[in-house]
Design a binder for this molecule. Structure first.
Ligand code: SAM
Length: 256
């Protein structure tokens, strides 16, 4: 069987799907992820969900071209509407904003019955996704960050665990950078990622340098306005910048 070629980003997501899972890929577009995972034998069958006609058609074409119609069910629908409770064990949602991912996860909670693992790759708003996972007692199992074609992506894997609350309390109660003596609030961990902070990858450092530049730019724009609201926003952003700078300085110190 021909194995679909994936980008580095989709490949990393694919690696988070355990062998033998029943998978639903929501917002599947060309269904590349399910086609790859079925093609290489990781999953026996999968659902590719799409809400828009163009990508839905692209998914059907891809599945047809690879002769995978019997293993991959391409379904039209909004978010989790394409699955039944207990139909799958793993849900992947990749390549959309964090706010949309959270909206999809929140819209039909009963559809997540039986799902033991979520692999989520928000393009922006990763903190919203971490917060949703925490609030809904999903344990954040791991985080990865990578740069591909000049873009930086984060992949968050969460699992249902009987003691998710205790595990999350430990994860978000710990300081991933104890050597630097900076206070690690839950907010900062949600914003930057508890594992990513500890790992301090090159892509992580690049991402936060870029974020600092964006915040600096916003602050300069806000300075042109004299309203109290602008001052308050500017204070908020300056505080964020200080937190990011502290982390970057700490990671810099680690370097030989
Ligand atoms: N998941 C693929 C990836 O990571 O390469 C495709 C990402 S593509 C940028 C986002 C896809 O999500 C689009 O094809 C879009 O039609 C689909 N989408 C957006 N909102 C959706 C929703 N509520 N339910 C299902 N699919 C959705």
């Amino acid at each position: 069987m021909k194995i679909t070629k994936l980008s580095a980003r989709l490949l990393k997501i694919a690696q988070k799907v355990p062998q033998g899972s029943r998978l639903a890929d929501i917002g599947s577009d060309h269904a590349l992820l399910p086609a790859y995972l079925v093609g290489n034998g990781t999953v026996p069958a999968a659902i590719a969900g799409e809400v828009n006609d163009g990508p839905l058609e692209a998914a059907r074409k891809q599945v047809g071209a690879e002769g995978l119609e019997r293993q991959i069910s391409v379904r039209k629908g909004d978010g989790l509407a394409v699955i039944e409770p207990n139909e799958v064990d793993v849900v992947t949602i990749a390549g959309m904003g964090g706010a949309l991912i959270v909206k999809i996860l929140s819209a039909e909670p009963q559809k997540l019955e039986g799902v033991g693992r979520l692999v989520l790759q928000p393009n922006v708003g990763e903190d919203l996704v971490r917060r949703w996972l925490l609030d809904h007692d999903w344990f954040l199992l791991d985080e990865e960050i990578l740069e591909e074609d000049g873009k930086i992506y984060e992949i968050l894997t969460a699992v249902r665990a009987a003691d998710a609350q205790r595990q999350n309390a430990e994860l978000y109660g710990a300081n991933p950078l104890p050597e630097c003596g900076i206070s690690m609030t839950r907010e900062r961990l949600l914003y930057m990622g508890p594992y990513l902070l500890r790992q301090g990858d090159e892509a992580f450092v690049s991402k936060w340098h870029q974020e600092l530049d964006k915040l600096q730019h916003i602050c300069r724009t806000l300075q042109r306005s004299e309203t109290e609201e602008s001052r308050s926003k500017e204070r908020e952003f300056r505080h964020k910048m200080k937190e990011i700078e502290e982390v970057l300085q700490c990671l810099q110190k680690d370097k030989p």
